[in-house]
Every structure is written in structure tokens, then in C-alpha cells.
Design a protein around this ligand. Structure first.
Ligand code: AMP
Ligand code: ZN
Length: 116
């Protein structure tokens, strides 16, 4: 069995609060929310990072585009007029803690800049 928690959520082995699903991607509520709205858009297929998701063949590129499309749609829905932030942490310096590509959708408060 895979050790990857997001693969296990995508396959239904690990429960999550799912807000969206299609053949390529799911969106769930983050377990440790950093804003009133904090969703994760996760590819169903395992890619360790966004670089690997965009760097393969054209079907991989289509999936990374789908992740952004779904994340921005959820941001529009949940953030409304006030807006939202999409984040893709990548690698150690990027602060990535789960090695399966995902897009954070944050909304419901004013975000700071620069990020920590
Ligand atoms: P990152 O640090 O960018 O890799 O983001 C990983 C995110 O996954 C963090 O915000 C965690 O709170 C979240 N997370 C980890 N495990 C789970 C889980 N089982 N269900 C929902 N969110 C999770
Ligand atoms: Zn995975």
C-alpha cells in the first residue's frame, strides 16, 4: 500500500472532507487550516512536485492546468469579491511537507506579503 497520504485520500483509503472530485483531481479541506477558507486541490495521479507534473508529456501538462483551473474556480466561489490566494509549496525551501503535488486555496482574510 502506498505511504503517500494524498494518494490514499484520492483512493478513498484515508477520509477527508471532499468538496470536489473529477477523474483528474480532488479538492479537500485542509486538516490544519491557515485561513477561514483553506482547501487543497490534489492530483489523483501521484506527482511529487509541480515541476514533475508539468515536465512530463502533454497529459501531465493538462493535469497541472486542471489543478490551477479548479483551484481558481474554488477561490472565486469561496473568496468572492475579496479575492483569494493560490500557493504551491515546492521542495524543502518552498516549505512542501507532503510530497504529492497540491494547490492551496486560501481565502476569507487578508493575506500578508512577503510570505514567511
Ligand atoms: P505543504 O506543506 O504545502 O506540502 O501542504 C501540505 C498540507 O497538507 C498542509 O497544509 C497540511 O495541513 C495538509 N494535510 C496533511 N495531511 C492532511 C490530511 N490527512 N487531510 C487534509 N490535509 C492534510
Ligand atoms: Zn501521492
Amino acid at each position: 500500500m502506498t505511504e503517500c497520504v494524498f494518494c490514499r485520500i484520492a483512493s478513498g483509503d484515508v477520509p477527508a472532507k471532499e468538496v470536489y472530485r473529477d477523474d483528474d483531481a480532488i479538492a479537500i479541506e485542509d486538516l490544519n487550516p491557515q485561513a477561514p477558507v483553506h482547501l487543497l486541490v490534489i492530483s489523483v495521479k501521484h506527482y511529487p512536485t509541480i515541476g514533475e507534473a508539468t515536465g512530463g508529456d502533454s497529459s501531465d501538462a493538462a493535469i497541472s492546468a486542471a489543478l490551477i483551473r479548479i483551484a481558481s474556480r474554488l477561490g472565486e466561489e469561496r473568496g468572492g469579491r475579496r479575492g483569494y490566494r493560490l500557493v504551491i509549496n515546492t521542495g524543502i525551501d518552498g516549505g512542501q511537507t507532503v510530497g504529492h503535488v497540491h494547490v492551496h486555496v486560501l481565502a476569507g482574510r487578508t493575506m500578508g506579503w512577503p510570505p514567511g
